[in-house]
Ligand binder design. Structure first.
Ligand code: ATP
Ligand code: MG
Ligand code: MG
Length: 553
């Protein structure tokens, strides 16, 4: 038993362990279908399965549920391996493919047929659906249901041999067409599909269905707890039925509520559509809820794990507020990200009493709360600086502590300055602020202890580095874009989900910002040097998250 917070799954495992079931072992698996990139919902499942295995001293398998041949699978497969590793988990030797079990699955199907528990049905998919009945109406037996064992064996072997057209026949379990659970009304176990499989090539033209494959794969691998999402609750009876009929080792299926995240979509179909139709720039677009997107944006593996731990595991469907994801990355980066200064929307400040040919360097701590922790960097100062345009108001309201005519403010680490003059262009736009500094206030402290409330970030205009900054926000402008009948979720894309700040200027220490490195731009948020678009000495920054929750719902 472990130090992690309890949840209903741990309670079940503890119960099993007390009763000696599975000999006290815990073997879980994460079973992705390699048909897309992993998203934050998958991260929940990964953290849960690998986390349980680690806490109970067991193991977790990575198993590709690759029974559905389709194109581009290798690309997805590679990305899944990389993303699970990036999240911080390792399966060691235990990498498996359901497609490796095709021979065994076929033999198990032969056994079911031999025991009179499965039959070949010639009905079309549509006819099978029509025969299934409804929740209130029992289904109808297929006219092929009473075929003899010999005929079924012969037909199934010929299905495998490629004698029949795609869709012309299926293998079905013979259970009960009046079963109250629709899943149990003679579910399909195999179908004919001439498709090249990325691992088995054209060896097979029949492929096993999920409900047949999954339980047997779990059994073969000695999984103890087969954890899946709630949609599979009804399928558990079938999971158990297959293993019982075959009389093989029997894991326990346990269902939990999937992660639903507000302001995001997570179905692979929708994510694929966003990519294919160029609503986003790719699977790794920093606005995507994919692991790659979040990674590129600047989320840390620790922050995603922290998020998954905090939202917990339950039995009830719920929607998680984006706040929790952002809080997790703030809490993580607050401890790790060096503080620097970057001006996103610059306006020029001229310090009129500071000599043109003078410069000085301030040594500023990367981590002001605990300066020795991360050391110091040089911040150059000169007569011409940039501050944030929104940090100045010509005619400010009360309690505006930032820069205004005649109001003294502190430039972080540098001096106290006062604005004396506002320079405008012909259109009346402010183009420059002319200030004076108090030379007695080096470091930002007045010898007479006079109170100066506002502290602004700034960058030397002479030394600053131009670095485009992208402000990312929620991809959708409503909490649940998929919930509107008659409205397509894409109508709710947030037009301001990415705002480019092309004029942004950052302090020169960032010239060496390694791609993927993360910083707090003081007062502005956490930022990451984009690993794709940054070039040597020319970083491009992504805003990971603002410093405070600024989203009004
Ligand atoms: P999609 O519906 O987007 O296609 P999927 O569930 O079919 O997703 P899989 O590759 O089969 O995708 O998922 C692998 C594992 O991840 C499964 O065990 C599944 O239960 C889990 N999973 C997928 N989405 C979520 C989610 N939103 N929350 C928690 N677990 C999830
Ligand atoms: Mg799927
Ligand atoms: Mg699935």
């Amino acid at each position: 038993e472990s130090a992690s917070p309890s949840n209903f799954i741990r309670n079940i495992i503890d119960e099993h362990n007390r009763g000696g079931r599975f000999g006290g072992k815990v073997v879980t698996r994460f079973p992705p279908e390699p048909n897309g990139y992993l998203h934050i919902g998958h991260a929940k499942s990964i953290c849960l399965n690998f986390g349980l295995a680690a806490d109970y001293g067991g193991r977790c398998h990575l198993r590709f549920d690759d029974t559905n041949p389709s194109k581009e699978e290798q690309e997805y497969l590679d990305s899944i391996i990389e993303d699970v590793h990036w999240l911080g988990f390792d399966w060691g030797e235990h990498l498996y493919y359901a497609s490796n079990y095709f021979d065994q699955l076929y033999e198990f199907a032969i056994k079911l047929i031999g025991d009179g528990k499965a039959y070949v049905d010639d009905l079309s998919a549509e006819e099978i659906r029509a025969h299934r009945g409804t929740l209130t109406e029992p289904g109808t037996d297929s006219p092929y249901r009473e075929r003899g064992v010999e005929e079924n064996l012969d037909l199934f072997q010929r299905m495998k041999a490629g004698e029949f057209a795609d869709g012309s026949r299926v293998l079905r379990a013979k259970i009960d067409m009046a079963h109250p659970n629709l899943v149990m009304r003679d579910p399909t176990l195999y179908r004919i599909r001439r498709a090249v499989h990325h691992r088995t090539g054209d060896k097979w033209c029949i492929y096993p269905m999920y409900d047949f494959t999954h339980c047997i794969s779990d059994s073969i691998e000695g999984i103890t707890h087969s954890i899946c999402t709630l949609e599979f609750e009804d399928n558990r009876v079938l999971y158990d039925w297959v293993l019982d009929q075959l009389d093989i080792y029997h894991p326990q299926q346990i269902e939990f509520a999937r992660l639903n995240l507000e302001f995001a979509v997570m179905s692979k179909r929708k994510l694929l559509e966003l990519v294919k139709e160029h609503y986003v720039e790719g699977w790794d677009d920093p606005r995507m809820p994919t692991i790659r997107g979040m990674r590129r944006r600047g989320f840390t593996p620790e922050s995603l794990r922290l998020f998954c731990e905090r939202i917990g595991v339950g039995k009830k469907e719920s929607w998680i507020d984006m706040y929790w994801l952002e809080k997790a990355v703030r809490d993580d980066l607050n401890e790790k990200a060096p503080r620097v200064m970057g001006v996103l929307d610059p306006i020029k400040v001229v310090i009129t009493n500071y000599p043109e040919d003078q410069e000085e360097i301030f040594e500023a701590p990367y981590f002001p709360d605990n300066p020795p922790a991360m050391g110091y960097r040089d911040v150059p100062f000169c007569r011409e600086l940039f501050i944030e345009r929104e940090d100045f108001m010509e005619d400010p309201p009360k309690k505006f502590w930032r820069m205004a005519p005649g109001q003294e403010v502190r430039l972080r680490w540098a001096y106290l300055v006062t604005c004396d003059e506002v320079v405008k262009n012909d259109q009346g736009e402010i183009v420059e602020l002319r200030c004076t500094y108090d030379p007695e206030t080096r470091g930002g402290w007045a010898p007479d202890d006079r109170k100066v409330k506002g502290t602004l970030h700034w960058v030397s205009a002479r030394h600053g580095l131009r670095a485009p900054v992208r402000l990312y926000d929620r991809l959708f402008s409503v909490a649940n874009p998929g919930a509107f009948k008659d409205r397509d979720y894409k109508e709710f894309l947030n037009p301001e989900s990415m705002v480019l700040m092309p004029q942004a200027v950052v302090e020169p220490s960032l010239v060496g910002a390694a791609p993927g490195s993360r910083y707090q731009f003081e007062r502005k948020g956490f930022f990451c040097a984009d690993p794709v678009d940054s070039a040597e000495g020319v970083p491009v920054f992504n805003r990971i998250v603002t410093l405070r929750d600024s989203w009004a719902k």
